[in-house]
Design a binder for this molecule. Sequence first.
Ligand SMILES: *[C@@H]1O[C@H](CO)[C@@H](O)[C@H](O)[C@H]1NC(C)=O
Ligand SMILES: *[C@@H]1O[C@H](CO)[C@@H](O)[C@H](O)[C@H]1NC(C)=O
Length: 407
Amino acid sequence: MALQRRARGLEALLVLLALQAGDFSFVGLRERPFHSLRTRLHAGRVVFLGSPACVEVVLERLCQAQNEKGFEVCAVVSRPPKRVKKAITKTPVHALADKLGVSVLVPSSAKDPDFLDELEKLKPDVCVTAAYGEYLPKRFLQAPKLGTVNLHPSLLPRWRGASPVQRCLVAGDTETGITILYTVAKMDAGPIIVQEKLPLNGSETSPELLDYLFGRGADLLVEVLPKLLKGGITMDTAEAQDERLVEKAPLISKDEGKLWPHNETALQMRDKVRGFAGWPGTTLPLALSGSMAPLEGFRVKVSSAEVASLDAVKDSISPDAAPEELFLVDAGEEPAVALRPANDAENVLLLRSFHVPGKPHEVPAKTFHKGYMSFQPAKWLGPKEEAELVAAPSVGTKKKQRRVRGA
Ligand SMILES: *[C@@H]1O[C@H](CO)[C@@H](O)[C@H](O)[C@H]1NC(C)=O
Ligand SMILES: *[C@@H]1O[C@H](CO)[C@@H](O)[C@H](O)[C@H]1NC(C)=O
């Protein structure tokens, strides 16, 4: 008994010494009872704000790293659940937080005073945002002791705004990256904590880039958070952005997904296909017939496109064809459909798959050729002919679908 009491006394002394010295390795003597003490003394309190699936990785990495890196994810904030076909659907981040056992707040606006009260009660040291989807008011930004940091998938100051990855691809940029920066009142304008570049090779699409960049961002975040929590990085030591190099990345509208062969180059169209993959997708105005009946206008969905030189496919194109005519050409392992843009004498756009409105599936170029190009040539349309030939917003009315299907 006496020995046991002495042992316990010694242990307590060791722990006390260890705590005073700031050395926690001794505390391992009795891991569990002291764990909560250690947490209370040392862990930085982090609140994560995010919504879509592409940033789930950030919450996942934060939770994985929290014990080892000396912080604690004390809450998640996400956009409110939405009603989708009668079912209430949580955001992917909200669902993941439930699974990880982290409490979730879902204010309809980040300006909601009740939400801000709750946030302040959490006493966060740092808030981390990644594709949260809400403007953060001044009172929010004052809540975390050490500031709010944001993961932004672009090389700021290039592409400030809601759609940085999409705008970067559509603009044909040859590099992109991920930036972690402090959030200030002005959108994406705060000083930069860390930035990592990624060269682009021309085949990446927005959804895959978003996943990749937020994955890298999550790794960088768990590296810099401990420094930030210890005061080694602050708003004052982070690097101010060069305002002369700002490019804006406004939200995308559905209409931007239209490809225009009459005024866009092959490269511009290819980059739109890459940038708008995911949402809103890209469509091409074509005049088609699945029989000898007159051509009809369709906005055909295309999900991938490449650029080739006209010289490389010239042999498959008949010399007296109209400039708008489409051709099946040899291009690598599988044939592709080639389109000659009006303003691009040297290049063709190669299309390998098509989704005709009213059809259940996307088909490869060979099948598309058999169904729509073997009776009469298919042609691309300019805006005027398109307006005449393509029916109002929902392309492919019942009648049109039937005619094509019956072909
Ligand atoms: C371009 O990069 C992507 C992703 O890094 C890779 O999957 C793809 O194979 C590359 N394509 C070419 C043509 O190099
Ligand atoms: C091409 O034409 C479309 C349709 O008329 C127009 O909306 C678009 O701004 C034009 N694009 C360029 C690059 O001129």
